[in-house]
Design a protein around this ligand. Structure first.
Ligand code: KIV
Ligand code: ZN
Length: 504
């Protein structure tokens, strides 16, 4: 038997954009749409055209971009909304109207009969305009099941193309979702889809339960973005479908990691480090027992091979580290040490960890060089030559930097929300021709008190290949400490690139 094929309906650009604090420009939306097209999802919900002019502009841009994927727009069961979708040049629509008694009484102030009538009128109107129609009964999972079946059956009889079951406020459990889909399957004879929210942290589990029960399509968002606690995460659903259930999708899992990073960068919503599949720690190992196991045989502690989702394993040095892991980390840095030296480095790393210090890559490099008896000389590809910052209550904070790389000077200026932001942006700009970097984490710690306090900045920086390094710097001046920490981290990334290059 061929594996079952599951359709992936991505709503990152619609429900995902409803994440509090997220507002994408039309260009950003187009960039994400192109990435989703390459990723291989079956449908992209590009937006909710009636909401704003900017939304219309974005959806139009996506609609005329000749993507392979089906592009649809969201619409209430209203002619004005449907016209807005048609005006964007789309031929697929996601219609919705609420059906639960709570929504009918307090929001729509309509009877069940009125809602069904409105839904059928909207479906007729959309079909008369040649649209492919997916219909959602909003708050389906809190709707009386008898009425829900009647509602969906009527839509099927009236020619709907797909039926979607939204768990609008994420109240389902996997068992209840499984049973509901089995019940609905008795009357729904069009492809059935689910749309799960994560209010109780069960969006992925509920989506998978629906698919197990026979649903043919699932709504997802990249990084689990979406209204309130978000939607089922694309990356979790895809990986579980393939590796746990053996179901097929059209998604190329190798593009998952870069898609997650792109969406995080454009939406400004960081991915939590311990997020399944795409979190920074999803393939990181620190404890001695785990690193030993994973180096001997990755299957010991890696249920998902990192390369399956376009990621790399990371072995970290910290207070829980063991010699095997540390040796691997040092070797990645281009340092081959004897057994005794590795043990000595490990002892010092643990000492630092026990003092509550995060051991940065830079710290590790410095310790290893001391233990190896080398002159403690920093390998620097990048040198900060000049830094000038202008700030005040009547000026836009602006920073200029001049750096020296491989015998060449590079200069750039940038503005920012504050002097640190401006300086870091200027540094990113100046390095663009050499390396593209993103600031993943920034921590400022005042080590001493008073206005002349020594500020310690600890940062994590990621390059465009997904390599992350940490570094620190301490100065009385926060801006200089921030830029120096950034320069230190970028030096590690450049060095790493060179070592990898020289190893072929
Ligand atoms: O969660 C929800 O109910 C929705 C609808 C618009 C389908 O996003
Ligand atoms: Zn939703």
């Amino acid at each position: 038997m061929l594996p079952r094929y599951i359709r992936i309906f991505d709503t990152t650009l619609r429900d995902g954009e409803q994440t509090p604090g997220v507002a994408l420009t039309a260009e950003d939306k187009l960039t994400i749409a192109r990435q989703l097209d390459n990723l291989g999802v079956d449908v992209i919900e590009a937006g909710f055209p009636i909401t704003s002019k900017g939304e219309v502009e974005a959806v139009k841009l996506i609609a005329k971009d000749c993507l392979k994927v089906e592009v649809c727009g969201l619409s209430r069961a209203l002619k004005s909304d449907i016209d807005a979708v048609i005006d964007c040049g789309l031929n697929s629509i996601h219609l919705f109207i609420a059906t639960s008694d709570i929504h009918l009484k307090y929001k729509l102030k309509m009877s069940r009969e009125e809602v069904l009538k409105k839904a059928l009128e909207a479906l007729d109107y959309a079909k008369a305009h040649g649209l492919t129609v997916e219909f959602s009964a909003e708050d389906a999972t809190r709707t009386d099941v008898g009425f829900l079946k009647e509602f969906y059956k009527a839509l099927c009889d009236a020619g709907v193309d797909r039926i979607n079951v939204p768990d609008t406020v994420g109240v389902m459990t996997p068992k209840r979702m499984y049973d509901l889909i089995c019940e609905l399957k008795k009357v729904v004879y069009r492809p059935l889809s689910v749309h799960c929210h994560d209010d109780f942290g069960m969006a992925t589990a509920n989506s998978l339960a629906a698919l197990e029960a026979g649903a043919e399509q699932v709504h997802v968002t990249v990084n689990g973005l979406g209204e309130r606690a978000g939607n089922a995460a694309l990356e979790e659903v895809i990986v579980a479908l393939k590796l746990i259930y053996g179901f097929e999708t059209n998604v190329n899992p190798k593009l998952i990691h870069q898609t997650s990073r792109l969406v995080s960068r454009l939406t400004g919503i960081p991915v939590q480090p311990n997020k399944a599949v795409v979190g920074e720690n999803a393939f990181a190992h620190e404890s001695g027992i785990h690193t030993h196991g994973v180096i001997a045989q990755p299957l010991t502690y890696e249920p998902i091979p990192p390369e399956f989702v376009g990621c790399e394993r990371r072995i970290l040095a910290g207070k829980h580290a063991g010699t095997h892991g540390l040796k691997a980390v040092l070797s990645q840095m281009g340092l081959e040490l004897s057994e005794a030296q590795v043990k000595e480095v490990l002892a010092r790393v643990k000492e630092l960890g026990d003092k509550g210090k995060q051991v940065t890559d830079e710290d590790l490099m410095a310790i290893a060089r001391v233990v190896a008896g080398e002159l403690v000389r920093e390998d620097r590809v990048l040198n900060l030559d000049e830094l000038a910052v202008m700030t005040g209550n009547k000026v836009i904070p602006t920073a200029s930097v001049k750096v020296f790389i491989d015998g060449r000077d590079y200069v750039a200026s940038k503005t920012g929300v504050g002097p640190v932001d401006a300086a870091i942006k200027a540094l990113q700009e100046v390095l663009n021709p050499v390396i593209k970097v993103n600031l993943r984490e920034y921590r400022l710690e005042a080590i001493t008190g008073g206005s002349d306090a020594l500020a310690e900045v600890v940062i994590k920086v990621e390059d465009d290949e997904g390599h992350i390094v940490s570094a620190r710097a301490a100065r009385e001046d926060i801006v200089i400490a921030s830029v120096e920490a950034m320069v230190n981290a970028i030096n590690k990334l450049l060095l790493r690139k060179r070592i990898a290059g020289s190893r072929g």
